[in-house]
Design a protein around this ligand. Sequence first.
Ligand code: GSF
Length: 206
Amino acid sequence: MPIKLIGSTTSPYVRKVRVVMAEKKLDYDYVLEDVWSAGTSIGLSNPLGKVPCLVIEGGEVISDSRVIVEYCDTLSPVGRLIPTVSRDRAEVKTWEALADGVLDAAILARLEATWSGRRDSERCQAWIDRQLGKVEAALKTMSKGLGDKPYFVGIHLSLADIAVGVALGYLDFRFPSINWREPHPNLSKLQDKLMQRASFIDTRPA
Ligand code: GSF
């Protein structure tokens, strides 16, 4: 039985997992789930009601994109994305955590502005600004960290680049008014390079 990935085409966390699985050449059944619909059954797989969820042999569920990608990286020796040496490993995972943090903040800002369960009078601009401030600060740190290197860590693609690329792609998708390319041309160059890979092309949010 192949691995089953429960996800959605718009979720950046799901996209990160799909990019990793494509880079690792892992086969899986992709099962779409709308976690926001009243009839969602995501709670049967994840009590937090979130995607992505990976259902492995025997029906065991692995949830949270960071846990899933770490697991996937161990499944095949093809293109290791998380180094084994502890310092490099921590560095890659720190970039991933920062990129996921950009997503967390951007999604909180978006939900504050758009979630249908809230009236317009209940939306808080100060909260949105607080979250978008985190996005801006993280972009600066990413740009400084990348500098003029080809990749974040070492000379090969790693999970750090994938996570940052997915976060930048999410900003383009949901926050086209955030102009991150002009102040950060090195991130723009990295993103353009990533967008030439089949793993990124095939998982564009829609
Ligand atoms: C976040 C997953 C998540 O928030 C991870 O997998 O890395 N730390 C987790 N998923 C969202 C979909 S999206 O906005 O990408 C989700 O399922 N939200 C449903 C909800 O009820 O919050």
